[in-house]
Design a protein. Structure first.
Lengths: 176, 475
């Protein structure tokens, strides 16, 4: 059971860290969220290992933890107390700092959609399935998220992404 | 020059890929520790049951009734308290009618202020604290002191500092370093700190920070140091600041001795022999003369036992009062009021069971299987609110009878016999529900709530990005 879990961790933790970082913009917090999500996964690994999409379950946990962290931060200190401190991350580039700041101005739904779309390569349809909403809503989140980023970043051209116009495939300009 | 969003996200993704990740073993170890810390969560925080749904339909018993919808906004109180930039904030309503808020803006600056909840006016001006590399961890608005905890990182060393302020004017009184694994017990008479590193236990005066008493590290060191709950402490389930009021401090040593001390003096009153703590962290609940804890033979999946130790006399016995078989994992062990203990566990299929035990005898009074992944139990004056990651939030009465349920996203106790239902993720109506009749009153529209909100029976306060807003719940 331990080997299975460790293999799953090796295969998926890097993607979950991307997701957590996209949501929070804070390397240390992302590290902690990932650890906490996998800690919960380990607690119910016997059942979770039978799930079709275990990573979606982990992202759901990260969503919830990131949404309610502030009231529980005092508890996190106690929880993390026994863990060795995690190694600090390299400093981000200026662009990343700007983007993180802009992302923090967005509602959580927009941030989540943008993170899934840009950092995890999920299509609009996949995001709709994961968030339990319609593709139209996802397009709206992405569109409004981009507009919000544009407003904050100032010089971003708020050109619509073709994918948002036409369906669930990403635009050619998207980095894979 | 225009900025290419694709490129920026690519750069951000590359940076994410350079963030160091701890090994899987560390996550597994934290998973084992969570059994213990869930009880801490229950004790330290008000229970606000939030999930990712947005439904606010009210269900009572087997009836499903939608409350009347209203687009009328809740009346605001005072002007928004501006943070000066986008900020993350944590806030707590004090028993003195003030709201204490600390926030950290994007440039790292941490500030705090106090606002009169009745009028929304500033009680004292915003003050800056810590350094820009600190992280804001917690705010506790106790009657004796305003406590703010900041985390810091120096090289690979992480730690925290506790700042103690005068709630009257926000002036700093004293500070104390908190190390990894330290335990602290806030009590009316002072603050008890047990150091994991040195093994010392000390108590400090809330006002002066002077050491009131200290215990040197004994050969048989304390493994756990906890305060004692009594029934009147159930008010913390209402989201009110919590401080221990009972005068018994309980320490469990590595050899399994349970020491009951006078929390005001540190004096040893009695020692009771119990089972040595397992090597894995476990949950300890000291409640009105009894110490409850869980025990495991080996693996989480092999079931668990609940042990009750009588701390009322030196001859108090210790016995196993409750057992769950293979496949059951303990989630929480907490006081439920009326001298009852709530035990929450889940089986391999994720089914949660809440078992309510009589404190003195350990006899099971009732048991319920409310929902998948139920993670929160909060009992106020005999009504037990149970909720979790999915399914309805359910309220049971003293006899375990299901009296109310709702799929609402965020449910918390507003006051005795009154629940507050708030929207999550998107704006929506806030409602209150009185028990046991289940009468629903729609209060008005509010922005999506989060666990960063604070509330009293009269006021709701939530950080909303760049400011703090206060609404009246009484019209």
């Amino acid at each position: 059971m331990t080997d299975d879990f460790d293999a799953f961790y090796r295969d998926t933790s890097r993607r979950l860290l991307r997701y957590a970082y996209g949501l929070t913009g804070d390397p240390a917090e992302a590290q902690d969220l990932v650890q906490e999500a996998y800690a919960r996964a380990w607690q119910r690994w016997r059942r979770l290992s039978g799930y079709e999409d275990q990573e979606a379950w982990l992202r759901l946990v990260v969503n919830r933890l990131s949404a309610d962290r502030w009231r529980r931060l005092g508890v996190r200190r106690a929880r993390a107390a026994a863990d060795p401190p995690q190694a600090p991350a390299a400093p981000p580039s200026e662009d990343t700092v700007l983007l993180v700041r802009a992302m923090r101005t967005l509602p959580a739904t927009h941030r989540r959609a943008l993170t899934l779309y840009y950092l995890l390569d999920r299509s609009v349809g996949e995001i709709a399935a994961e968030t339990g909403t319609s593709t139209g809503t996802v397009k709206s989140w992405l569109s409004r998220g981009r507009a919000g980023l544009a407003a904050t970043l100032g010089t971003l051209e708020a050109a619509a992404d073709p994918a948002l116009e036409t369906g669930t495939q990403k635009g050619a300009g998207h980095a894979h | 020059m225009p900025i290419d969003l694709d490129d920026m996200f690519t750069t951000l993704g590359r940076h994410a890929d350079t963030i160091p990740l701890a090994p899987a073993e560390q996550a597994r170890r934290r998973g084992r520790q969570r059994t213990r810390t869930r009880a801490v969560i229950a004790a330290a925080a008000a229970v606000c049951l939030v999930t990712a749904g947005t439904g606010a339909v009210i269900v009572r018993h087997d009836r499903q009734t939608a409350p009347p919808t209203s687009k009328r906004g809740l009346p605001t109180v005072g002007a928004p308290v501006e943070f000066g930039d986008q900020a993350r904030a944590t806030t707590e309503a004090g028993a003195d009618g003030r709201l204490y808020t600390a926030w950290q803006t994007l440039n790292g600056q941490i500030s705090m202020n106090a606002v009169d909840l009745r009028t929304g006016a500033a009680a004292w001006p915003a003050r800056q604290l810590g350094s820009r590399t600190d992280t804001l961890q917690a705010v506790n608005a106790l009657p004796q002191a305003l406590v703010v905890i900041l985390g810091h990182q120096e090289g690979t060393e992480s730690g925290s500092t506790m700042y103690v302020f005068d709630p009257a004017d926000g002036r700093q009184r004293w500070t104390s370093a908190l190390g990894a694994g330290d335990e602290y017990v806030p009590h009316e008479s002072g603050l008890v700190l047990a150091s994991a590193k040195t093994g010392r236990t000390e108590a400090f005066d809330w006002v002066s920070g002077a050491r009131r008493w200290q215990l040197p590290a004994p050969a048989d060191r304390p493994a756990r140091t906890v305060g004692t709950y009594v029934d009147r402490n159930e008010d913390f389930m209402l989201g009110r600041p919590f401080i221990f009021t009972d005068d018994r401090l309980v320490q469990v040593t590595r050899a399994g001795k349970v020491q009951v001390r006078d929390i005001a003096t540190g004096e040893l009153r009695r020692t009771v022999t119990a089972a040595p703590p397992d090597t894995d962290p476990r949950t300890y609940l000291a409640y009105d003369g009894w110490l409850y804890n869980d025990e495991h033979e080996c693996c989480e999946a092999n079931g668990y036992r609940i042990r009750a130790t009588d701390l009322r006399t030196g001859q108090g016995g210790t016995k196993v009062v409750f057992t769950r078989g293979p496949g059951h994992q303990l989630d929480m062990l907490q006081m439920c009021g009326d001298l009852r203990v709530c035990v929450t566990d889940r089986d391999r299929a994720g089914r949660t069971t809440v078992s309510v035990l009589d404190l003195a005898t350990g006899r099971q009074l009732w048991q319920a299987t409310p929902a998948q992944e139920a993670g929160s139990v909060a009992t106020v004056h005999g009504y037990t609110l149970v909720g979790g990651a999915s399914g309805d939030r359910v309220v049971y009465d003293r006899d375990g009878k299901r009296v109310f349920s709702t799929p609402a996203s965020s449910v918390t106790w507003l006051d005795v016999n009154t629940l507050l239902l708030l929207p999550a993720l998107v704006a929506g109506p806030a409602s209150k529900v009185t028990l046991p009749d289940g009468r629903v009153t729609v209060l008005g529209e509010v922005p999506p709530a989060s666990d960063a909100c604070a509330w009293t029976p009269e006021r709701l306060a939530c950080p909303t990005g760049t400011s703090l807003r206060i609404w009246s719940l009484t019209g």
